[in-house]
Design a protein. Structure first.
Length: 137
């Protein structure tokens, strides 16, 4: 996914980890919001990184962990099949992410309108998404 492809759209960055239970419970909320607002310009991008291990805490080389991340994405986040999943520590560093999940909502003009470490309910997140789709206020 290129940055240019998100121009004029509201982007919800969902920083997650393959081992994160709270991230997994956030998935249905994101799917419902995308279902509701995707046609209006909402895009969800889910940056993550490698942590050096796979299921059960077993150490794994980068290629094995990357395959594990993709398997988790397909199964746990299957309701979001088109969600881009950039894999890089730099993305988490750039946004100061120190916990997963972290939600960052960027409006159509490219301004960060929400930064939330931790889960959010659909009821709490929905008004932020609506405002981001409406532009800056």
């Amino acid at each position: 996914m290129s940055l240019a492809s998100t121009k004029g759209k509201a982007v919800l960055l969902f920083f997650w980890a393959h081992w994160c239970g709270d991230c997994k419970t956030q998935a249905p909320v994101l799917a419902r919001l995308l279902d509701r607002y995707g046609g209006q310009g909402l895009v969800i991008v889910a940056p993550t990184q490698r942590y050096g291990y796979v299921a059960g805490g077993r150490k794994a080389p980068p290629d094995e962990e990357k395959a594990h991340i993709e398997q988790v994405r397909r199964t746990v986040y299957g309701q979001l099949p088109d969600m881009a999943v950039p894999l890089s520590q730099a993305n988490l560093d750039r946004y100061g992410v120190s916990t997963t999940p972290t939600l960052v909502l960027v409006d159509r003009e490219g301004l960060v309108r929400l930064y939330n470490p931790g889960r959010m309910t659909e009821e709490a997140l929905d008004p932020h998404v609506r405002r981001a789709l409406g532009g800056a206020r």
